[in-house]
Design a protein. Structure first.
Length: 337
């Protein structure tokens, strides 16, 4: 309950910050920019499938030899994961848990599903780190005052030990076995993770993914390709707003914006934080606050118009699954579906 209250409070504060930024930059000016694009902003919905499809290729590559789940199904799960994290107050973790659950419902071992998502998250952090480094290089050449560059670089450097420890614990120590031991000590012997499953089996599956070697590099390549495709989406959005920006400026916004949203993961959908970041980094490349926020709102509209139907499709799928489950129990043929 405390965690839910904390997430709701951070979301509320982020929303207040977002509203303040919009009013401060000029609500009328921002709406005028969005009106120029009009219904053309709907083209962002199909365009966004490109970076998401490349990211899904990374997930599918990790799952090779573990499941024959079709690409279309995994893409749908990726859409659900993104929509849950972007539209619901779940601090960017609810979508991953839901992805594990739905992949398990498809027939994949829960341990394989959980391990694939954990390894994918780790690769995502690595990809975003490399992408953010590239963004810092662009920022270095874009502005004369390098104080901002040093501040951003400082935050990035501080994340290196976290990434290294996170990977090392998964690969060599068994992250979930360690969490189980710590939680049992804190809860007086109560095995919280044991209710969900065997952490040792999950750790073993995670190690099996890391033992793939070359497959990890290929998966990481597709993730980086997805990030560059996301940069093209930024270019396309500004083009729709009738204020085109060069690719390098879009790369700066996308790379550092992604990094900032990851750092602010406790704020649902990074609301307020993401908008502030676009204003800050946009100013570095000559993008005014009204245009930066118009872009941010166009991005939010895309998340809303794409995410709501996806969430409805998930709700329909969950209802169908629960109905089948109930029928199995009622007829005495209960099993894993």
């Amino acid at each position: 309950m405390k965690q839910k209250i904390f997430i709701l409070l951070t979301g509320l504060l982020g929303m207040v910050l977002g509203v303040y930024l919009v009013l401060h930059a000029g609500f009328a000016e921002i709406m005028a920019l969005l009106a120029v694009a009009g219904w053309g902003l709907l083209w962002l919905l199909p365009f966004h499938l490109l970076p998401l499809a490349l990211d899904t290729l990374s997930w599918k590559w990790l799952l090779r030899g573990k499941t024959r789940a079709p690409f279309g199904f995994l893409l749908w799960l990726a859409l659900i994961r993104e929509s849950v994290n972007g539209l619901l107050p779940v601090a960017r973790i609810g979508g991953e848990l839901l992805g594990i659950r739905m992949l398990s419902q498809y027939g994949v071992s829960p341990y394989v599903a959980g391990a694939s998502v954990m390894v994918e998250i780790t690769l995502t952090l690595v990809s975003q780190f490399l992408f953010a480094l590239l963004g810092i290089v662009v920022l270095l050449f874009a502005i004369s005052n390098h104080l901002l560059v040093l501040e951003v670089l400082g935050f990035l450097v501080l994340s290196i030990p976290v990434l290294v420890i996170f990977f090392w614990l998964q690969k060599h120590k068994g992250l979930f076995s360690l969490v189980q031991n710590i939680s049992k000590r804190m809860l007086g012997g109560y095995d919280l993770l044991g209710i969900i499953g065997d952490p040792h089996l999950l750790d073993a599956e995670i190690r099996s993914f890391y033992d793939k070697g070359r497959a990890l590099l290929v998966a990481n390549f597709w993730q980086l390709a997805g990030l560059f495709a996301g940069t093209l989406e930024v270019v396309f959005t500004f083009w729709l707003l009738h204020h085109p920006v060069p690719f390098w400026a879009a790369l700066l916004l996308e790379s550092l914006g992604q990094a900032l949203r990851s750092v602010a993961f406790v704020v649902p959908a990074g609301i307020g934080i993401q908008e502030g970041g676009f204003m800050l980094f946009g100013a570095a490349v000559g993008i005014g606050p009204d245009l930066a926020l118009a872009y941010a709102l166009a991005r939010r509209l895309r998340e809303l118009f794409l995410g709501v139907p996806v969430l409805l499709s998930w709700a329909a799928s969950e209802s169908h699954y629960m109905r089948r489950r109930w029928l199995q129990v009622a007829t005495g043929k209960e099993g894993i579906l």
